[in-house]
Design a protein around this ligand. Structure first.
Ligand code: ADP
Ligand code: ASP
Ligand code: MG
Length: 410
């Protein structure tokens, strides 16, 4: 007997026919004694459609609110009901549960909720009765009893966290690609599928834009020690395992992946006073509003005037709020001006092997230079290097860096 959590993303359940195919596949793969939890996303582009509905009606102020989560969470509820009905029609007892019913408890950060804990008693009770339990991804409930969503792509996190809480034997993430690749296969035609990748490298790739897994889900996998199996909904290919260590001898790459992120915006504050506490004031205000700041560059001091410039990036949906905050502080500090740019993207090279391998940065910058791509901001971590570039160059940039680190096999 095995307890298995399977997650199907939006494109895997986009139509009634696809929902039927998912149900049939789950039943085909289920041994009679297996206990199965299926986590699903909203059908197709439903979440985007819901976001746009709110935007059309009330504009930007919709963000980060209780009502937004009330709206967004409905997408997954449609899928769970339809999938549970489909199992029943196929003769398999099944029950659908919302995030709250499945015991997924979150903090109070609307639309960016974090799972604080899972009390899976109801799920276990329903499994014991012989049901397949179909759980709505992307949602949980806070201490006030309000529905929260877990950030875009959050169904991955629901699935991995449930697998951890249930001590599941396996957690399978079914999606529209057949595994994790060395770059987004929609952008880099000769990207390579990996047999396995460590949590650490996958987390960095996800954090830097590899949308195949939500970063928080990889953190959850590492935290609970749940191996995550990423595979295709539409084929039976072996996919990619995300786990603590490599287990098979793969050709050793210093760089494991090249990622890109177009969900980025740049803010530049020009002419800030050069004195202690200025950076603190700005970034504390952003943090208080739950805005994640990514790349940060402070220019060197202009000795004549005791002023500096500061450039940083935020996620695009955070830009209006970040801009308003920075403008308020900028007025107080009599800065020269504030510039914002939506048309930027971040490209990154990721690999634990770059530790102790000098020259990786030079190699990456060389690839961008050869492709005629200008670098605006650079940031690094122990296992990644990222460059901010103009968004219209992103495809060329990712391909140039990928070709440099993964030369085509002749
Ligand atoms: P789902 O709806 O199943 O959650 P997503 O669209 O969230 O699917 O994630 C799958 C997509 O992630 C793929 O279609 C692919 O374009 C994209 N992707 C980005 N980077 C990678 C990568 N390194 N490997 C595989 N897929 C990636
Ligand atoms: N439906 C949500 C989204 O589109 C959650 C998910 O698909 O994982 O972001
Ligand atoms: Mg996803």
């Amino acid at each position: 007997m095995a307890l298995i959590v399977k997650k199907f993303g939006g494109s895997s359940v986009a139509t009634p026919e696809k929902i039927m195919a998912v149900a049939q596949r789950v039943l085909r793969e289920k041994a009679p004694e297996d206990k199965v939890v299926v986590v699903v996303s909203a059908m197709g582009d439903t979440t985007d459609d819901l976001v746009n509905l709110a935007k059309d009606l009330v504009g930007q102020p919709y963000q980060y609110t209780r009502e937004m989560d009330m709206l967004l969470s409905t997408g997954e509820q449609i899928t769970i009901a339809l999938l549970a009905m489909t199992f029943n029609k196929l003769g398999q007892p099944a029950i659908s549960l919302t995030g709250a019913q499945a015991g997924i408890n979150t903090n109070k950060a609307y639309t960016k909720g974090k799972i604080l804990g899972i009390k899976p008693k109801r799920v276990l009770d329903e499994l014991a009765k012989g049901n397949i339990v179909v759980v709505a991804g992307f949602q949980g409930v806070n201490a006030d009893g309000d529905i929260l969503t877990l950030g875009r792509g959050g169904s991955d996190t629901s699935a991995v966290a449930l697998a951890g809480a249930l001590k599941a034997d396996a957690c399978e993430i079914f999606t529209d690609v057949d595994g994790v690749y060395s770059a987004d296969p929609r952008v880099v035609k000769d990207a390579r599928r990996m047999k396995e990748i460590t949590y650490t490298e996958m987390l960095e790739m996800a954090r830097l834009g590899a949308g195949v897994m939500q970063p928080r889900s990889v953190e959850m996998g590492k935290h609970y020690g749940v191996p995550i199996h990423v595979r295709s909904t539409f084929t039976c290919d072996s996919g990619t395992f995300i786990r603590e260590e490599y287990t098979v001898e793969e050709k050793e790459f210093i760089i494991r992946g090249v990622t890109h992120d177009t969900n980025v915006a740049k803010i530049a504050i020009l002419g800030l006073p050069d004195r202690p506490g200025v950076a603190y004031k700005i970034f504390a205000a952003l943090a208080k509003s739950n805005i994640d700041v990514d790349m940060i560059v402070q220019s060197i001091r202009n000795t004549d005037k005791n002023i500096i410039d500061m450039v940083f990036t935020v996620a695009q949906p955070d830009l209006p709020q970040a801009k308003a905050l920075v403008e308020e502080l900028g007025n107080e500090m009599h800065v020269f001006g504030i510039l914002v740019d939506y048309n930027v993207a971040k490209v990154s090279a990721v690999g634990a092997g770059m530790l102790g391998h000098p020259g990786i940065a030079a190699n990456m910058f060389g690839a961008l230079s050869d492709a005629g791509v200008n670098i605006e901001v650079i940031s690094t971590s122990e296992i990644s290097i990222s460059c901010l570039i103009q968004a219209d160059k992103v495809k060329e940039a990712v391909n140039a860096i990928h070709t440099r680190f993964f030369p085509r096999e002749s």
